[in-house]
Design a protein around this ligand. Structure first.
Ligand SMILES: NC(=O)c1ccc[n+]([C@@H]2O[C@H](COP(=O)([O-])OP(=O)(O)OC[C@H]3O[C@@H](n4cnc5c(N)ncnc54)[C@H](OP(=O)(O)O)[C@@H]3O)[C@@H](O)[C@H]2O)c1
Length: 227
């Protein structure tokens, strides 16, 4: 996938959600492996392979320590750029992301005031030094799109968690949603797939049109495009 969705030339953004029926991505204690089944997880690896970059929030790295590589069969010719949104440099140098640089490059999107000494100085690691978003202490996603574009990223898969996903939605950057839904209920104390949007009127809610529904084992895979 290398189409550019927006007239500005920013990368096309796909939001991937892997949730319970009630839209939860983890238990209150953070446990999230695994909500969806093997077929859904394999589809997510193919989605990773078909995007130029994948991104997660710092809390997801702290909770799950993911590799974020695309592990398809056969393996893809090229790994996506793996990006972590880590404004305050909370992800430790020991994170698996940084120990797998031979698999493909990693970008840390962090505040422009951050001290780079805290990260390992290794080939394959790049830094996107960004201002904070308006009214936020985290990096600006709009500025991040410019860095991604400069890095040759035309398509980006947002893999969560809920806070980062909500920021992308609030910024109006989500072009497509790939939603994997497992037939389990995790309840209101589980972690939501989407953080607060702060909506005051229903007609302000971002709308999507469903483009397909597939069965993946016990799970459903729904695809949506922005209206
Ligand atoms: N089921 C699944 O497929 C799945 C997928 C992903 C995650 N999860 C689960 O979700 C949980 C983590 O989700 P979460 O919502 O708590 O955290 P998250 O979205 O992964 O990370 C949130 C952090 O990202 C950083 N960030 C940087 N730029 C941001 C921006 N512009 N907007 C928002 N955040 C930004 C912020 O920290 P700084 O300000 O310090 O940068 C923020 O605290 C974990 O339990 C994980 O297991 C499940």
């Amino acid at each position: 996938m290398s189409s550019v969705g927006a007239s500005s030339g920013r990368p096309t953004i796909t939001l991937k959600l892997a949730t319970s029926l009630d839209g939860r991505i983890a238990l209150a204690n953070g446990q999230s492996k695994w909500i969806t089944g093997e077929a859904a997880r394999a589809a997510v690896h193919r989605l990773r392979a078909s995007h130029d970059a994948v991104i997660v929030g710092s809390e997801t790295v702290l909770a799950d320590d993911p590799e974020l590589t695309a592990r398809t069969d056969p393996m893809p010719a090229k790994q996506p750029l793996r990006v972590v949104a880590d404004s305050r440099g909370r992800v430790p140098a020991s994170a698996k992301l940084f120990s797998m640089l031979e698999m493909g490059p990693v970008a840390v999107a962090t505040l422009e005031t951050m001290d780079l000494e805290r990260w390992p100085s290794t080939r394959g690691l790049q830094f996107w030094m960004l201002p904070a978003g308006v009214g936020s202490s985290s990096v600006s996603l709009v500025e991040m799109m410019n860095s991604a574009q400069r890095a040759g990223v035309a398509s980006m898969l947002v893999e969560g968690g809920g806070q980062l996903a909500a920021s992308f939605v609030r910024a109006g950057l989500v072009d497509r949603i790939e939603w994997f839904r497992a037939p389990v209920l995790l309840g209101g104390d589980g972690r939501p797939c989407l953080g607060a949007l702060g909506l005051q009127a229903l007609d302000a809610a971002p709308g999507f049109t469903r483009t397909s529904v597939r069965e993946l084992g016990a799970d459903l895979w729904e695809s949506y495009a922005r209206i």
